[in-house]
Write a protein that binds this ligand. Structure first.
Ligand SMILES: Nc1ncnc2c1ncn2[C@@H]1O[C@H](COP(=O)(O)OP(=O)(O)OP(=O)(O)O)[C@@H](O)[C@H]1O
Ligand SMILES: [Mg+2]
Length: 490
């Protein structure tokens, strides 16, 4: 089932009592076509409007403006129970007093009219989906007797049992530990492929979205920033926000400028960029974009080398870097070329992304122009719009990359820095993968690592409803009459 969102907008009255007539634009003029049978990852930082978008598609919230189509049907005004959707909420919940089987059967028992099924049919369906999500052996258990991952799969089974036209998953893995998260996300992918149900998967974890989705939609403050195949969006981000949001380890950012067809970081001319106009820029270099071949053009001070088997992560500093540390991943064979405290990198042109400092929009150069156009063409052939935001970027007050303030160094600091560098370098040689500290620039809006999770071993039954079948019996996360966040109901 194709899903089309047309100028979809949701405006909430502000909760801030000091702001008179204030409003929150949770979803702002969303235009999106979700192709039939695909899995779409809706991705963005907390508060960017992912859940609100999902609730509008499900019918639990009414759009302020805009339309929603399932296929050719305008469903904007249709009640949730008539839309044929399966929904797993951010804080999924099972009915604690019911067995797994009763939980899964629940949505079927509420079918009305000619949709009603016989008891045998209901049991058959429940068994089928239980097998699909591999919880059929726990049918007689109560939720409290299941692990978090098993409960999550029951919630998914319950969403699937009515054979929905569209499956909506709001952070369905948020309560799982790292291993189960990985396992369950692969299962969701398998189930989606097996059933071919058009699925929208909401997450703020970029790695999760990248690994599971056919297409990703990156959002910021209610606005679509970019859509496309995960790898394409990673390789070809439209603006600084998308470049920062995707990638682990994150992109290395520097302040720089283009002058006379050359890209400068500080006083070093690091790359030829051809016909690009002179301008102040942010320079993003993916960790895999550095080369250690002969005499390089970007000089950094080495603070450590992390050996990661096939690759080596060189951790260094540069006065123009916006991240506290520059992280370069190079082939281990080249590690021998690091000699002394400074390292001189060359940059791979297709891994260097430059953004106008004022607008933060991408500035294409050289071969990037042709590869960008090739991607647009491929998307078109696949019947997909390669959407990128064209207007000014929405921004919060404190949203700009933080430029480092260089304090004048005292003699003691310089000497101290030398010892610290040497110590870190030696320490780095013994460091294993994944133990390196994070940079402050990584932890701002771009730092999209794990979702908040419950305490491990939390045995309190989850109370929030995960069905939209009956308004009376199933407590809603957010309805128009009681618009408070679903999070507060846990
Ligand atoms: N009922 C409501 N009343 C007022 N503001 C709301 C309401 N629901 C959501 N908001 C606001 O709308 C914005 C989007 O919220 P939403 O829950 O859709 O974000 P999200 O992307 O799902 O975030 P998260 O990743 O934290 O779940 C936020 O600024 C939020 O505070
Ligand atoms: Mg949410």
């Amino acid at each position: 089932m194709k899903v089309v969102l047309q100028n979809l907008t949701k405006i909430f009255p502000s909760r801030n009592k000091k702001e008179k007539n204030g409003e929150v634009i949770a979803v702002n003029d969303f235009n999106l076509e979700i192709p039939d049978g695909k899995l779409i990852g809706l991705l963005g930082p907390s508060g960017c409007g992912k859940s609100t978008t999902l609730y509008m598609i499900s019918g639990l919230q009414t759009p302020t403006r805009g339309k929603i189509f399932f296929g050719d049907d305008d469903v904007t005004k249709l009640a949730p129970e008539n839309r044929g959707i399966g929904l797993v909420f951010q804080n999924y919940a099972l009915y604690p007093h019911m067995t797994v089987q009763q939980n899964i059967l629940f949505p079927l028992q509420n079918l009305k009219g000619n949709q009603r099924l016989s008891k045998e049919e209901m049991l058959k369906r429940a068994n089928e989906v239980a097998k699909l999500v591999q919880i059929d052996e726990y049918m007689q258990r109560k939720p409290a007797e299941l692990s978090g991952g098993q409960q999550q799969r029951v919630a998914i089974a319950r969403a699937l049992v009515k054979m929905p036209r569209v499956l909506l998953l709001d952070e369905p893995l948020s309560n799982l530990d790292a291993r189960l998260r990985l396992q369950t996300r692969e299962e969701i992918r398998r189930i989606q492929r097996d059933t071919g149900i058009t699925t929208i998967f909401v997450t703020h974890d970029q790695e999760e979205a990248m690994s599971i989705s056919d297409y990703i939609v990156v959002m910021k403050l209610g606005v679509i920033m970019q859509t496309g195949k995960p790898q394409w969006v990673y390789d070809d981000p439209a603006n600084l926000f998308v470049a920062k949001f995707l990638g682990a380890p994150p992109i290395n950012l520097f302040t720089g400028r283009v002058e006379g067809g050359k890209l400068f970081i500080g006083e070093e001319d690091v790359l030829d960029v051809g016909d690009v106009e002179d301008q102040e820029v942010y320079v993003g270099v993916r960790p895999e974009g550095f080369l250690l071949t002969g005499e390089g053009r970007l000089t950094c001070s080495v603070s450590g080398v992390d050996v990661m088997g096939r690759d080596v992560s060189v951790v260094s500093t540069n006065a123009n870097s916006l991240n506290a540390l520059v992280r370069a991943i190079i082939a281990s064979d080249d590690a021998g070329k690091i000699d002394g405290d400074t390292v001189k990198f060359n940059l791979k042109p297709h891994k260097v992304l430059i953004f106008n400092k004022e607008t933060e929009k991408r500035v294409y150069f050289g071969g990037q122009i042709a590869s960008h156009e090739a991607m647009l063409q491929k998307m078109k052939e696949e019947g997909q719009d390669y959407v990128t935001h064209t207007g000014p970027l929405p921004r919060e007050a404190d949203d700009k990359p933080k430029e480092k303030k260089e304090l004048p160094k005292t003699k003691m600091q310089v000497v101290g820095g030398f010892f610290k560098n040497s110590f870190n370098k030696v320490k780095g040689l013994f460091k294993k993968k994944g133990t390196a500290e994070e940079t402050p620039a990584e932890s701002d809006e771009g730092g999209a690592a794990g979702a908040p999770s419950d305490e491990p071993g939390d045995e309190t039954p989850r109370e929030e409803a995960a069905t939209v079948e009956t308004k009376e019996e199933a407590p809603m996360p957010e309805t128009e009459s009681s618009e408070n966040t679903s999070d507060s109901e846990v």
